[in-house]
Design a protein around this ligand. Sequence first.
Ligand code: MF3
Ligand code: CO
Length: 263
Amino acid sequence: MRVAGLVVARILQAVREAAAPGVTTGELDQLARRMIAEAGAVSSFLDYVPYPGMPPFPAVTCISVNDEIVHGIPGGRELADGDLVSVDFGVSVNGWHGDSAITFGVGELAPERAALSEATRSAMWDGIAAAKVGARIGDISHAIETSVRTGKAGLGIVAEYTGHGIGRAMHQHPDVPNVGRPGRGDLLVKGMCLAVEPMVTLGSAATAVLEDDWTVVTRDGSAAAHWEHTVAILPDGLWVLTALDGGAGELAARGARYAPLGE
Ligand code: MF3
Ligand code: CO
């Protein structure tokens, strides 16, 4: 899963670097497609059907702009100065999956939007840092919720979508909610791998799904951010499989143990 995680991290970085005013979200998806092929990886998203009756997801990235929260479908939309862009991306290598999302601005970002993305990124790391053998899913959820609620006032935490277990499939048991109570939920055991992915809005957290059956937007039109990493819970600590540094820096800043199994 570290191999898949590094492929995901490098492609997300390339997509971020390619994003600029006038570039379309479809062009960013094409870049990711080429890089997946070069890496010998398989998209986790393309043709994904979450449940019967849903149209297969038609791209290898989810690109969600401004009031789009998650699951935006890349296409002809041209990015513009000031856009807040979330890119969610996953691949498998030899059948093992990695899943990660980043949020960034195009050109100059309004300070409020930059603060939203930073609050979401920080909440993701606070949630990850709460994971360890013997803790429970609710400890992660509570850490995310507390991180958002004690930060910048008035942000909304999207509750209808959650993180998830990950491994041989992109979505596995258990769900990892972004709000919850400490000490509740499934026990975290060694070897468990989770995708931790808060979605936070500048206004109300109420959501709607567009006619394409995929794109999730805020009902009030407020901007949203989404950050995600895949983390392995190991006997001696954590290994953030989709972070280039394995999470060493952000875990140390939070007093959490970094315990990679190798490179
Ligand atoms: N990667 C998303 C998640 O974090 C799921 C994307 S839906 C897909 O769970 F259809 F695009 F795969
Ligand atoms: Co995910």
